[in-house]
Design a protein. Structure first.
Length: 394
């Protein structure tokens, strides 16, 4: 079932339930709460996906409206039911346990946000003043994001930098505008459901913009992978080498706690580190191409693009440790180059066969320190242990 089908089905059910509640005269607020609960489910199906941070669902903004529209009991009931439906309808994550954990995370975020809002409103001397309402709504939106960041920190051991917080700002401001539009302040400016409907437009525009950026990033990665396969198609590199090296290099980089941008540059460099071979003449003898020449040619090509220049620096640094200090080409090698060097050497030693992982790792450990960095080889060993390719040393 596509996302569009899910949205139409959820919206249809929500509208029918709201109409039934209105005709049954269950209370003036009940149809509104049903519509907001429906919006909460739909908001969970759409995410802001900026580069450098975990995705943020649009449901975060709906929660801010919901705390303004419902009392404590109504809020808890809607959150529990709506997120249960949303987690079932989401196409990911796969697996029952993963969905249970996501459900628990969403409940924690929403209930904590509601607790903060009601605590501020109930303890303030003037609960209807602008400062109190706006402060409570801002705190509600921020608390959701903080808990999401805490979960990301525990799960992925990273926190998004300030420069990647544009999505956070969009959610906080849009959620506040939608909530104020619904309930007004000091009894003025109340638009009802027209408020969230009107003020969700900037949030939807932000979602569309991030989707375009995500599509551009996907196209960029696909282009890089296509370029990385050129040496393999020309028979200059073993089939699958660059993909295996990229996967292993990123794993090592994560183990060494590289930033998101550094990991992206490292992956690009790993995919393209043999690209220079396609523009060099084959030697007259059967000798392999000089790695320094291959790296320099590839780095020159990558440095011609501002986006690929950091990856070019890594490619240029990678072969520097092939030679002992004092010989031609010896120069400082950045950590990215050292990671690429170890990952590439490991794949060459194993010839792409995971069964050779143990002795290939041992061969890297026995190499001189000026060839393979000990920190990087140690990180490689931890990655291989996590993947079950080698047994942890006692």
């Amino acid at each position: 079932m596509s996302r569009t089908t899910r949205v139409i089905a959820v919206a249809g059910v929500g509208v029918v339930l709201a109409l039934v509640a209105a005709f049954a005269e269950l209370g003036r607020a009940v149809p509104d709460l049903i519509i907001l609960g429906t919006a909460l489910v739909i908001g969970e199906l759409f995410e802001l996906r900026p580069a450098g941070r975990a995705p943020l669902p649009l449901s975060f903004a709906v929660v801010v409206v919901l705390v303004r529209a419902a009392n404590v009991e109504q809020f808890m009931a809607i959150v529990v039911c709506s997120f249960l439906v949303a987690v079932v309808l989401r196409p990911e994550p796969a697996g029952v346990m993963s969905r249970v954990l996501l459900y628990a995370e969403r409940l924690a975020e929403a209930l904590a946000a509601g607790a903060v809002y009601y605590a501020i409103i109930n303890t303030s001397s003037g609960p209807d003043t602008r400062a109190v309402v706006l402060g409570a709504l801002a705190a509600t939106a921020v608390v959701e994001i903080l808990i999401a960041d805490a979960v990301t920190l525990i799960r992925e051991h990273r926190v998004a930098p300030l420069r990647d917080r544009g999505a956070d700002l969009a959610l906080v401001t849009s959620g506040m505008l939608m909530a104020v539009g619904y309930g007004g302040i000091d009894g003025e400016g109340r638009l009802g459901l027209w408020g969230p409907l009107l003020f969700c437009i900037p949030l939807l525009a932000a979602w569309y913009s991030f989707e375009l950026l995500a599509s551009t990033r996907r196209s960029f990665r696909q282009t890089v992978r296509a370029l990385g396969e050129a040496p393999e198609l020309g028979g200059l590199v073993r089939a699958g080498h660059v993909d295996r090296v990229a996967d292993l290099a990123v794993g090592i980089g994560e183990e060494l706690e590289l930033s998101e941008s550094e990991l992206a540059n490292l992956e690009t460099a790993a995919l393209l580190h043999h690209l220079g071979a396609v523009c060099l003449d084959e030697p007259a003898t059967d000798e392999p191409l000089d790695p320094i020449s291959v790296a320099e040619a590839g780095a020159a090509m990558l440095r011609g693009s501002e986006a690929l220049a950091p990856a070019g620096d890594i490619v240029a640094a990678e072969p520097a440790l092939h030679r002992a200090p004092g010989t031609r080409g010896a120069r400082f090698s950045a950590l990215g180059g050292q990671i690429l060097k170890v990952a590439s050497a490991f794949d060459e030693l194993t010839e792409g066969n995971e069964e050779h992982a143990a002795w290939a790792l041992e061969a890297l450990y026995t190499g001189p320190l000026y060839v393979y960095d000990g920190r990087v080889v140690g990180a490689l060993e931890r990655v291989l242990e996590l993947r079950g390719l080698v047994v942890a040393r006692g």
